[in-house]
Ligand binder design. Structure first.
Ligand SMILES: Cc1ncc(C[n+]2csc(CCOP(=O)(O)OP(=O)(O)O)c2C)c(N)n1
Length: 367
């Protein structure tokens, strides 16, 4: 590959514009109709799950929810471009991508409820636990992909991270190792313009995040992160390249976090309402709806049936989270380390004593 072929485009790849009209592209083809219809269903369900989870936080049923409202096209495409035997390495913001891979929504929320670190079996769904420490999952993804390569498997690993995470040392180490050892991994950065309250301009002076790729010797590409068709095409190409021995690459999606970072911050303190409104006009879901309807690929009945299906998913999520967790606090000690230090043993005994005293008090009905 020539050096200039590693550089991303100046203008992110787009195949469907914000008004739902197609954009011709010499390099990337529009996915077929069935794929786009499936993607639309994923967007509707993803949006409904985001909004339901947000409401569950307000009701005290979830401890925290980093919503991907506005980023659903990235989430759905990240899942759709992978084969069943491929692996996804997500972050805390990627619940919709995790669910799109087949994880039950309530199981994807276990971490955010605070019950366990992960509520699903990673091996069953080929989805690593959602990572909260920034960029650490990129290194895990590279190691995992390197192991698959050694075993002679054709597994591709898609590793997700946000714009802020590209400033972490782990990001550098992961990309450098992946490029030097030609590892079958795709790094997918959802640039949603903010790392909590820190805007992109305070995060990097690079022309774009995808420009970082050439420094490691891998191709970088930029894509409209609210255009699911373009995401499927660009990520799909990157996955094909990795699978056929072409090595790693970096894809940067330009998108926007429409809600606060989590329920713990107030985004009106650090960003302009006009900016948020401008991004609402580029919504990934409504542009796809307009496009499909104009193409005769979506009618009222189909639209209603997809919306009804999303309601069923939301209702199941509500029911599951409205039930109280049945947790044994001692599991904290049972499963964290294979061998316990004397200090952990001591802490466990202290906890046992507390639990015993509490249950005696409960039985006696007084303190
Ligand atoms: C190693 C590490 N440092 C700091 C934090 C605290 N932290 C949590 S989210 C966040 C911002 C991350 O922004 P970005 O990577 O753009 O992802 P986004 O939340 O926008 O999806 C920070 C600094 C953390 N979780 N891990």
């Amino acid at each position: 590959m020539q050096h200039e072929d590693l550089l991303p485009r100046d203008i992110p790849v787009a195949l469907i514009d914000k008004d739902g009209a197609t954009v011709a592209d010499e390099q990337y083809a529009l996915p077929d109709a069935e794929t786009l219809q499936r993607a639309y269903r994923g967007l509707v369900e993803g949006r409904r799950i985001n909004d339901q989870a947000y409401a569950l936080v307000r009701q005290g049923r979830l401890a925290v929810y980093p919503s991907s409202h506005g980023q659903e096209a990235c989430q759905v495409a990240a899942s759709m471009v992978l084969d069943d035997h491929d692996w996804l390495f997500p972050t805390y913001r990627d619940s919709v991508a995790v669910i799109s891979r087949g994880v039950r929504p309530a199981d994807a929320m276990v971490l955010l409820k605070g019950d366990w670190h992960s509520g699903y079996d990673p091996a069953e769904h080929r989805v690593a636990p959602q990572s909260t420490p920034l960029a650490t999952q990129l290194l895990h993804a590279v190691g995992f992909a390197q192991a698959a390569k050694h075993r002679g498997e054709d597994t591709v690993v898609l590793a997700l991270c946000g714009d802020g995470s590209t400033s972490e040392g782990d990001f550098h180490e992961a990309l450098n190792f992946a490029a030097v050892f030609h590892v079958p991994v795709v790094f997918f950065v959802q640039n949603n313009e903010f790392a909590i309250s820190v805007p992109l301009a305070r995060q990097t002076a690079a022309p774009s995040l995808a420009h970082k790729a050439i420094g490691y010797g891998m191709p970088g590409q930029r894509v409209d992160g609210n255009d699911v068709a373009a995401l499927l095409a660009v990520l799909g190409e990157a996955v094909d390249r990795a699978r056929s021995g072409g090595g790693p690459s970096l894809v940067e999606a330009h998108t926007y976090r429409m809600q606060a970072h989590t329920n713990a911050d107030d985004d009106t303190r650090y960003r302009d309402r006009d900016e948020v409104k401008a991004w609402a006009d580029r919504d990934p879901l409504s542009r796809m709806q307009v496009f499909l309807r104009a193409q005769g690929l979506l009618d009222d009945a189909a639209q209603q049936s997809i919306a009804d299906g999303a309601e069923v998913i939301a209702a199941a999520l509500r029911d599951a989270l409205n039930a109280d967790s049945n947790l044994d606090p001692e599991d904290l000690f049972r499963f964290v380390t294979a061998e316990r230090s004397p200090q952990l043993e001591e802490q466990w005994q202290l906890l046992r004593g507390e639990i015993e005293r509490a249950s005696l008090t409960d039985a006696g009905g007084h303190r």
